[in-house]
Design a protein around this ligand. Structure first.
Ligand code: F3S
Length: 755
């Protein structure tokens, strides 16, 4: 148990420190004196100060020491720009950057990659040079999607990772806690500071029995999303247990953890088990597997008798395939019921495109099972009736499925194999088969299906399902098709039923690593230069935000009172805007352009409070800022759900916003707002949301005595009528209040370093 085992095969300076985890746990056990869940063990054993840290689920703020930070290219730009402005020589925590979001799907994987490299040259060069300079591993374009690469190379049981992407929890499939954060949180850890997380609650999901036939791990999380809704996991870690957890692969567990983000969970995790050993062995990490086995009993499993705040049970024997959507991932319909539901709801039943892959479902197993269904259809002379795309999750998966013939199968089926990247999942899709505004249905094996996300068309009804079901829909072309019970007509005119999918969890011949796309940081980094052209429209050095002026804010206009779901996609759209993720001024031109104005139920059309002119949200916000008016946004429930993108918080700050007042926030977005020096506040009485008119003016008072747990007051001045007081709650702790006062968390960090 005392051996020195590297955390991964790519870095020689980082070692797994289970001994320290166990020592910290001994302190926690003495203090709490109760059985611990597996997630509690990982979390508390990574505390900065286990002896003195206050630990109360749902209440205290934990200061943690993550083992690793990972950033994808769209979020890394801003994270690194912030890290640079902190003025440190190199990162203090192992880290990697992954180029996956900026590659648009258009023609084919190789062609799209060449074009993306050209279009994003400046950004990729900036990231590559900054990684070399600050001692960060760099995975270039074409290497694959961040979460697949983390799973294949870096994740290990019992670790705590943070990543600037909301699907970082994917690595929970390898028995670790992996949590999505905003870039500013990542910068704290890169700079050697502890990372703060509100002590989560714990939801236990008990899996019993065994799946069979057309059911796959994706269906577990699709069903769970239907049970919990998109906010059911907020503030909680989901921990799986029960005899069912040992019946599927490590990558299947990763799929389930990946989509825990869709129920708002902080992260999700499976305890260390044999499927993880097999995956570690298959990815050349037998030393880690052997080492973990030594700690299985006391560290890498839940204690007997541990208690969860909530327990949900799913019987795998009776689980059937699900298809979730459209427009929200928690609208779960069993495949067998879709025949009845779709026509009633008016969902187009003609499936136009089937898309498999993404970080959620692009494992070797997913691909081999999808290919088995296609081979079966081929025997009956059938090809895809719909368009069909495949995004391999990594170069390793791509090369392996090419060697094993699956890529050929997909292409014969009529499929298009895209680059190893996010592609259509993040709206990087030059979709040509329909006109914008045309009502249509697509089905993907991705995780998210918010309005317009994939193709920018608000009339696209996007559904998410397992890759197996996506293939079945691609063959039938009909959303009402249920492969469990329905027949298809073969080319010979005979009816037949598709055989249930079959596949291998791991490649029998081992993985083929494919092309080497990894750039390790050089030993001598002193001569590396990181350049940002002042004329660039892609990258812009950050100017620190001004500190708070010490006064209450008076007579602020409401920029927009948003109606309905306001996700980070509505607040800071992806797709074509991804290219400005390193340029705050330019990307701020997309602020809230997808949010619906409660006044006219339109997107990006609001009225200027002072001159009455109607215009776009970003232009109006900039007008207020330039005329010296701070402003407020009013929002509903789970405001900012979706991704970890901190641009959704940087933009309102850049445009002169002062407070975002909502019924409730999604966790990452709330922290992001605080980090950028904005007031993230909640209505104490949610019905006050309805009492606010979009042309009211607002004061926020009581800031001189701003303190944890103490309400603030918003004084509402209606245009006609008397002012009234609206109490606001908040979750700021002491340190976060210092961020607000300093103007941002980064300002605060610099002040502390300077002192
Ligand atoms: Fe990329 Fe979609 Fe995953 S954007 S990281 S493939 S959720």
């Amino acid at each position: 148990r005392d051996s020195k085992v590297h955390m991964n095969n790519l870095e020689d300076h980082s070692f797994i420190n289970y001994k320290k985890n166990i020592d910290n746990l001994a302190i926690i056990r003495r203090r709490l004196n109760r059985p611990l869940t597996y997630a509690e063990k990982i979390l508390y054993s990574h505390l900065d100060d286990p002896e003195n840290q206050e630990i109360e689920r749902g209440k205290s703020y934990l200061k943690l020491r993550p083992d690793r930070v990972a950033c994808q290219d769209a979020t890394a730009q801003m994270a690194i720009l912030q890290f640079i402005s902190a003025g440190l020589p190199s990162v203090a925590t192992p880290a990697t950057v992954h180029c996956d979001h900026l590659i648009q799907a258009q023609k084919s994987g190789p062609e799209d990659l060449v074009r993306a490299k050209k279009m994003n040259k400046e950004v990729f060069e900036f990231l590559a040079s900054a990684c070399a300079k600050y001692n960060i591993g760099f995975w270039g374009p074409g290497s694959g999607i961040i979460h697949q690469i983390l799973l294949e190379n870096y994740a290990f049981p019992g670790a705590l990772f943070i990543g600037t992407d909301s699907h970082t929890p994917n690595a929970g499939g390898l028995g670790q806690l992996a949590i999505g954060v905003g870039g500013a949180d990542a910068v704290d850890v890169l700079a050697g500071q502890s990372w703060e997380l509100k002590a989560p609650k714990f939801i236990g999901v008990k899996l019993t029995g065994r799946m069979s036939g057309w059911t796959s791990p994706k269906d577990i999380i699709l069903k769970l999303a239907g049970i919990t809704t998109v906010k059911g996991g907020t503030g909680a870690i989901v921990e799986y247990f029960g005899d069912g957890i040992n019946t599927f692969s490590c990558t299947g567990m990763a799929t389930i953890c990946n989509m825990g983000a869709e129920i708002g969970a902080t992260t999700s995790v499976f305890p260390f088990n044999n499927s993880m050993v097999e995956f570690l062995n298959a990815t050349d990490r037998s030393d880690i597997a052997d080492f973990a086995k030594l700690y299985q009993h006391d560290y890498l499993s839940a204690d007997k008798g541990c208690e969860y705040d909530q327990v949900i049970e799913i019987d795998l024997n009776n689980l059937e395939p699900y298809v979730n959507g459209p427009f929200t991932p928690d609208l779960a319909t069993p495949v067998s019921k879709m025949k009845d539901v779709a026509p009633v709801k008016g969902w187009p039943t003609d499936v136009r495109v089937g898309l498999i892959g993404s970080c959620t479902n692009s494992s070797y197993e997913d691909m081999s099972r999808a290919a088995s269904i296609i081979e079966d259809a081929k025997k009956h002379g059938l090809k895809a009736k719909t368009l069909f795309t495949v995004t391999p999750g990594s170069e390793q998966v791509r090369a392996t499925i090419e060697r094993d013939g699956f890529l050929h199968t997909f292409e014969e089926f009529g499929g298009k194999v895209l680059a190893n990247a996010c592609g259509p999942c993040i709206g990087q899709w030059d979709r040509q088969d329909i006109k914008k505004g045309e009502k249509n249905t697509i089905v993907s094996s991705f995780n998210r299906n918010f309005t317009s996300r994939n193709d920018g068309n608000p009339q696209t009804h996007a559904f998410v399902a397992s890759p197996e079901m996506v293939v079945a829909y691609a063959i039938s072309g009909d959303l009402r098709f249920n492969p469990v019970s329905d027949t298809l007509l073969g080319a010979d005119g005979k009816e037949f039923k598709l055989q249930p999918p079959e596949g291998e969890g791991l490649p029998a011949k081992g993985y083929d690593k494919g092309k080497d796309t990894y750039q390790a940081p050089p030993a001598d980094r002193s001569s590396v230069r990181v350049a940002i052209a002042p004329t660039s429209d892609r990258l812009q050095q950050l100017t620190p935000f001004k500190p708070w002026n010490g006064k209450d804010a008076k007579n602020m206009p409401i920029l927009i009172k948003s109606f309905g779901k306001t996700t980070t996609d509505h607040i800071s759209m992806a797709g074509p805007w991804l290219k400005y993720r390193g340029h705050l001024q330019n990307i701020s031109n997309n602020y809230m352009i997808g949010a619906i104005n409660i006044v006219n139920k339109e997107a990006n059309n609001i009225q200027n409070h002072y001159n009455g002119a109607w215009g776009g949200v970003p232009d109006t916000a900039a007008w207020y800022r330039d005329h010296g008016h701070k402003w407020v946004v009013i929002g509903g429930e789970n405001f900012g759900e979706g991704s970890s993108r901190e641009h959704a918080a940087l933009e309102p700050r850049f445009l002169g916003g002062f407070a975002i007042v909502t019924k409730s926030f999604a966790r990452i977005h709330e922290t992001n707002l605080k980090k950028q020096g904005l007031l993230a506040l909640n209505f104490k009485n949610p019905e006050d949301y309805d009492k606010i008119n979009p042309d009211d003016e607002m004061d926020i008072v009581g800031l001189a005595s701003f303190a944890p747990g103490k309400d603030l007051t918003m004084v509402v001045h209606p245009k006609n009528g008397s002012a009234w007081k609206c109490p606001l709650t908040h979750s700021f702790n002491k340190e976060q209040i210092e961020w607000f006062k300093a103007g941002s968390a980064l300002n605060r960090m610099k002040n502390v370093f300077a002192a």
